[in-house]
Design a protein around this ligand. Structure first.
Ligand code: PLP
Ligand code: COI
Length: 354
């Protein structure tokens, strides 16, 4: 571990943009910090990561990322507590997942110490960019893409990992309305839906645009085979509360194994909330909405945190969700963010000190 940590080089930016940033009014992922981590894969091995000033990169037009979409990414956050200590949340799970994604896209896996020590070196250099304003954090975006060249449709021989960071506020500006989709599919059995592959998101943009034109913020994807089962949303996993029970779909080939999702399942169980990880049909949710047993729906993800859903559309009908006084969404959001911002003891061992 020590060797790579000591080998990482740091080139500091000559000037900082930080004074131009309004930390009390942060959008999501718009302003990037002064530095980034770069790590290249060449000649069959990852080279030593470098912290460099944030800057554009130059790529050969035949780089395979442009033609064949070999690219994966992660989403993480760094949180500052009231004493200015910096925390990550389950970062080793992000490292594991980027390798799961990479493997599926025939991208070489990045060793844990390169990822973690590189990330830590970057965060130390850009530490003053981690916001302290309520509800804000430093969004961290590690990504790996094919820089190797040529039009042959086969895996590249060179790759680049970059970790870039953006001090960020909420992902959604207001209430979240979702459209339950049954024409388009996000993923299929045997496909890449479980991976954080760039192309999964590109494929969602057109159907999501159509939904946005109709007044929705996100699409809830159903299974590609029957379109009868709720799977996940474009940028978050989905939880549904019917009466007192919290339900979420099992992960599969088609669904991202969200770190927030699995944490929420554990916290909910700890709160003695009945949790069911099972397939749930759209008709069950529609029926529950009609008979009043559908109490809440919310999305869970790193960017989305816990985002309550105010209503959903399905087959040209609108279904509103009640506004609850004591929602599971509010309770679970408080519990998870209290752990992330080091406001409470972390009995699960999820917090990771920088
Ligand atoms: N599902 C999709 C498609 C996502 O992009 C994300 C975001 O990362 C999630 C779910 C939530 O995953 P996590 O909680 O690990 O951020
Ligand atoms: C995240 O929550 O970190 C994600 O990667 C979702 C993204 C599409 C913003």
């Amino acid at each position: 571990m020590d060797t790579i940590a000591n080998a990482i080089t740091i080139e500091r930016a000559k000037t900082s943009k930080i004074d131009q940033v309004d930390f009390n009014n942060l959008a999501f992922g718009k302003v990037l910090t002064d530095h980034m981590l770069v790590c290249d894969y060449k000649n069959g091995a990852w080279e030593t990561p470098k912290v460099v000033p944030y800057q554009p990169i130059t790529l050969d037009p035949s780089a395979k990322i442009f033609h064949y979409g070999q690219s994966v990414f992660e989403g993480m956050k760094a949180y500052k507590d009231s004493e200015e200590n910096v925390w990550l949340f389950r970062p080793l799970d992000n490292h594991k997942r980027i390798n799961i994604s990479s493997k599926r896209l025939a991208i070489p896996e990045i060793p844990e110490d390169y990822f973690m020590e590189g990330l830590k070196a970057l965060l130390k250099v850009d530490e003053q960019w981690i916001p302290t304003s309520e509800g804000s954090s430093l969004y961290i975006r590690p990504f790996i893409f094919a820089t190797g060249t040529g039009f042959h449709a086969s895996p590249a021989d060179e790759y680049k990992m970059i970790i870039a960071c953006a001090p960020s506020g909420s992902y959604f500006a207001g209430k979240v309305k979702v459209l339950i989709e049954e024409t388009y599919s996000r993923s299929a059995n045997g496909g890449v839906g479980f991976a954080k592959a760039g192309g999964n998101y590109a494929g969602q943009f057109y159907p999501t645009q159509l939904a946005v034109e109709k007044g929705y913020n996100q699409v809830i994807w159903t299974d590609d085979n029957t379109h009868e089962y709720i799977e996940e949303a474009g940028a978050m996993n989905i939880f549904i509360r019917i009466n007192d029970t919290l339900i979420t779909s099992p992960t599969s080939d088609r669904i991202l194994d969200g770190i927030t999702r699995k944490s929420i399942i554990e916290i909910a169980k700890d709160e003695n909330i009945p949790v069911e990880v099972r397939k749930i049909t759209v008709s069950e949710v529609v029926e529950a909405s009609k008979n009043g047993s559908l109490k809440e729906m919310f999305g869970a993800g790193t960017a989305a945190v816990i985002s309550p859903i105010s209503g959903f559309g399905y087959r040209n009908e609108e279904y509103d969700l009640p506004e609850l006084e004591n929602s599971y969404a509010a309770l679970l959001k408080k519990r998870i963010t209290d752990i992330q911002y080091n406001k409470v003891e972390d009995k699960f061992g999820w917090r990771y000190k920088l």
